[in-house]
Design a protein around this ligand. Structure first.
Ligand code: DLL
Length: 433
């Protein structure tokens, strides 16, 4: 099957924009009339629904940020009444209060449709067995993928996270063809499998991974594909948008954002000015059809760029490139901006380096100090101190060239750094402790 819904996915761009404008206009009127929060926001911003006369007028509308959700905890931003809610999800919230997202039945339908389209676009279908190894529960990953895959008639194996050895046995026994989990959990699974004497490449039928929920670099993708013998597709979303929503197609050139459900802008994070195709900035999303918890111009904080050319897969909806980090992930080391994803990108291009690393930032006197602990690959791990010293020098050199700042590197034994079942935590910043 080429597209789940060709009528929408391949619709001419002008028709899509007309549809987006109609949906936006309806949304803005609805919120101005029924949401005290949006009504007040729009009044304070000096904008009335009548001012939205073109799609570009979306820029007149005020932004939303995560803080708005936290300040209105748990449900003060909901527009639907309690009788219309059919589900809650709650994001863990690393700082401050968690955020609660409510769904109407129609919200769940749209979320599922979004994933059905995405999964078909990366080649999943009837006859596939999708092992869903994202967490089920308050986190959106497990249930999101579950409903999307069932909708297209794939068979779901709802393993959730953890119990990794059992997962590998089931992968073999039930002939899993695709897995959905974080890239870091898949790496962990690959290692556990090897310890069990199982090669995912040779001893299972796994052919694809639908990986996301955390940043991962192109070099990491290549490694996963080569090591495990699969195609690795990026999937993106946040709980506020519904959950995992947008997935790469088989062209693997960024994930398609379904324009009938979401309108995207990329902005300069400092000035808030719009950026054009290919320019990197902060992703801002307006959900055009969400009922219970509408999101207008939501500044997610993720950094990326977009491409609005028609994809060679035939889909006309814009593509967003791999997320390179979050605005608030950026580390400032002696005045230089450093993103953990740049470190991953550099490290994964060095064959002697394993898959796992950890970044420890501290302050020595007045100076920031960054230590990158790097696992050596099993093949390169030897007792010869001279070999290890040469590898360390090579890694330091590559990181200095990539980041423009000197960092200390410590090589550690394969298997010694923490492994993660959900999202990886690679940075320990001790400066503010
Ligand atoms: O992580 C939803 C999700 C589940 C997406 C399963 C993909 C697969 P949250 O817990 O609310 O929701 O976290 C959202 O995670 O703002 C990004 O910073 C990061 N993130 C999600 N997907 C990707 C990705 C889910 N593919 C936050 N690449 C987002 C990079 C990602 N970062």
């Amino acid at each position: 099957m080429r597209s789940w819904d060709p009528r929408i996915e391949e619709m001419p761009r002008e028709d899509l924009q007309r549809l987006q404008y109609r949906l936006l206009k309806t949304l803005v009127y609805r919120l101005y009339s029924f949401s005290p929060f949006y009504h007040e926001r729009m009044r304070a911003g000096g904008v009335h629904p009548d001012d939205i006369r073109t799609l570009g007028d979306i820029r007149k509308l005020p932004f939303m940020v995560k803080r708005d959700l936290r300040d209105n905890y748990p449900d003060k931003l909901f527009v639907s009444g309690p009788d219309d809610l059919v589900r809650y999800h709650v994001s863990s919230g690393t700082t401050g209060k968690p955020t609660v997202v409510g769904y109407t039945q129609q919200d769940l339908n749209n979320w599922t449709t979004s994933l059905a389209r995405g999964l078909v676009s990366c080649g999943l279908g009837r006859g596939d067995v999708l092992q869903v190894s994202y967490g089920y529960g308050l986190f959106t990953g497990g249930l999101g993928l579950h409903y999307g895959a069932e909708r297209i008639g794939a068979t779901v194996l709802p393993t959730s996270v953890g119990n990794t050895e059992r997962q590998i046995e089931l992968m073999q026994d039930l002939h899993t063809t695709a897995i959905a989990c974080t890239p870091s959990y898949l790496l962990h699974m690959g290692e556990v499998a090897e310890k069990m004497g199982v090669s995912i490449r040779d001893d299972t039928g796994l052919r694809m991974g639908i990986l996301g929920a955390e940043p991962w670099s192109d070099t990491m993708k290549q490694r996963i594909e080569e090591w495990l013998g699969i195609r690795a597709y990026d999937i993106y979303g946040t709980s506020e948008l519904s959950g995992p929503m947008f997935c790469e197609c088989t062209e693997q050139k960024g994930f398609h954002v379904w324009g009938d459900l979401a309108y995207i802008e990329i902005l300069d994070p400092e000035t808030g000015e719009p950026l054009g195709p290919g320019e990197k900035g902060e992703l801002v999303v307006t959900m055009l059809q969400k009922e219970a918890l509408p999101m207008i111009r939501y500044r997610i904080g993720d950094i990326t760029s977009y491409d609005d050319g028609v994809c060679s897969c035939g889909r006309t909806h814009p593509r967003v490139q791999r997320i390179s980090g979050r605005v608030d992930d950026m580390l400032i080391i002696r005045g230089i901006n450093v993103f953990p994803s740049q470190i991953e990108y550099a490290l994964m291009g060095i064959p002697q380096v394993g898959q796992h690393f950890q970044i420890i930032v501290d302050r020595k006197g007045a100076l920031d100090d960054m230590l990158v602990q790097v696992e050596v690959s099993r093949e390169s791990f030897s007792d010869k101190i001279t070999d290890l010293m040469a590898i360390r020098k090579g890694v330091e050199h590559k990181l200095r060239n990539t980041l423009n700042v000197a960092v200390n590197v410590e090589l550690v034994e394969p298997g010694s750094l923490p492994r993660f079942e959900g999202k990886a935590k690679r940075v320990i910043d001790r400066r503010n402790l």
